[in-house]
Design a protein around this ligand. Structure first.
Ligand code: HGY
Ligand code: MN
Ligand code: MN
Length: 424
């Protein structure tokens, strides 16, 4: 891919990101929640662009994954292992335009370049737009990639959203069949390698002044929802010493999460949601719910912090006369990236004349789920605006996206035919 072709493809990718961002549940911001009207419109748009780009087949499965396949040179119909790339197209609330979508549009751009050049790889290449990774609507994440990896937890079909709609009902309302989820699984021939191109969502590449970076490992995460039940009461007549205030218990817990996770390098802990359902100014909070998100590249480090947090929650609740009910929403183990894949990315980056850096991903990615069925690798793209993400100021530059596409083009040909790729 020549530099000018990479720049043009990067321009198209950024324009398409803008176009996808027009589909939102909330005017004036980007919120594209799983199976809402905006989400369904984005799926149709991605399928349309895949059709235009020269894919040999495009399908939308029961969960809403949009998968395009570009045939390789292997004899047609052989169940040979294929190469897969992709990312997710749902967003957080009031999110950015590139989280997930950049990886999907980069995959489409690579196939478009192959098709326009009349080139066929040895392997089939499948580009997958995973339908749900953020966990905004139903709490659990990786719904799309877990189905594609053949490890979808059918118990999640009973999970309810804030309106009481189950996941199964939402799938039916979208005109699809929850019973067909098993068919969403990856191609029967298996996957030779899964790679994901994603914005870094942090400041490290900015700090290193590097447009792209290789991911060495993806931090594992545990997500929980805690429900604290104390005693509601009159804010004016109840003496402080007689209160069982659920919000004050939550506040102590949130501060402990911050101090415990701040005490160790490589550990992060976040209370992203904290609310008093139906609260009033003049009523002592009898109920308070809070979310917990604890991550580390080392699962043992993370689980030790979780054990300490659990012990602290028990101590705070006992002292305050508050009951706690905890629900685990997600437990995703840390995922190591394939050494051969990392080496192929490093060689492709160096071939562009760029510095090679390897970093750990603090953010979770669909690649963690794909690690269950294939060797995985990731390329990070530098974020501007201080590295901010999960925020409308999330941004990337055309030059950095062009560098990522040119690097990915070199990587793709290496992993397709290089020593690291299995015969097909
Ligand atoms: O939360 C995450 O790490 C990812 O952006 N879903
Ligand atoms: Mn995200
Ligand atoms: Mn993401």
């Amino acid at each position: 891919m020549t530099p000018s072709a990479a720049l043009a493809a990067a321009r198209q990718l950024l324009d398409r990101s803008d176009e996808l961002a027009r589909h939102t549940d909330v005017p004036g911001e980007l919120t594209c929640t799983y199976l809402g009207p905006a989400h369904l419109a984005v799926a149709r748009q991605l399928a349309h662009w895949m059709g235009q780009a020269g894919f040999d087949s495009v399908r939308i499965d029961a969960l809403g994954n949009v998968a395009g396949r570009y045939r390789g040179r292997a004899a047609a119909g052989r169940q040979a292992p294929c190469l897969v790339t992709g990312s997710h197209y749902d967003t957080v609330r009031n999110g950015g335009k590139y989280d997930g979508r950049l990886g999907i549009l980069a995959g489409i751009a690579l196939v478009q370049a192959l098709s326009e050049a009349g080139l066929r790889l040895r392997h089939d290449l499948e580009v997958v737009a995973f339908a749900e990774e953020e966990g905004v609507r139903f709490g659990s994440t990786f719904l799309g990639s877990s189905a594609y990896a053949g490890c979808f937890d059918t118990a999640l079909l009973d999970r309810r959203d804030a309106q009481g709609t189950t996941l199964a009902q939402a799938i039916v309302q979208a005109g699809r069949d929850p019973q067909a989820i098993a068919q969403a699984a990856a191609p029967p021939g298996g996957i030779a390698h899964y790679f994901e191109i994603h914005i870094e969502q942090g400041p490290v590449l900015l700090d290193l002044d590097a447009p792209v970076g290789v991911v060495g490992a993806i931090a594992g995460s545990v997500r929980r929802r805690l429900r604290l039940a104390g005693q509601a009461g009159h804010a004016g007549t109840t003496p402080m010493r007689l209160r069982r205030d659920a919000a004050c218990a939550a506040a102590e817990i949130a501060l402990y999460v911050e101090s415990r996770c701040g005490a160790q390098q490589g550990l992060v802990g976040t209370v992203g949601q904290l609310e008093v359902p139906g609260g009033s100014v003049n009523v002592i909070p009898g109920l308070c719910t809070l979310s917990l998100d604890v991550r580390a590249a080392d699962d043992k480090l993370r689980d030790a912090a979780l054990a300490d947090i659990e012990a602290h929650v028990a101590q705070v609740c006992a002292r305050r006369g508050v009951q706690c009910r905890a629900e685990e929403l997600l437990r995703a183990p840390a995922a190591a990236c394939d050494p051969a894949g990392q080496a192929a990315w490093a060689g492709a980056i160096a071939a562009q004349g760029l510095p090679v850096h390897t970093l750990v991903s603090g953010a979770g990615h669909d690649a963690m789920m794909m690690a269950r069925v294939a060797p995985i690798s990731m390329l990070f793209v530098r974020c501007g605006a201080g590295g901010i993400s999960h925020h409308p100021q999330e941004t990337v530059s055309q030059a950095d996206v062009a560098a990522a596409l040119a690097t990915a083009w070199a990587f793709l040909h290496e992993v397709d035919g290089g020593p690291g790729a299995p015969a097909c």
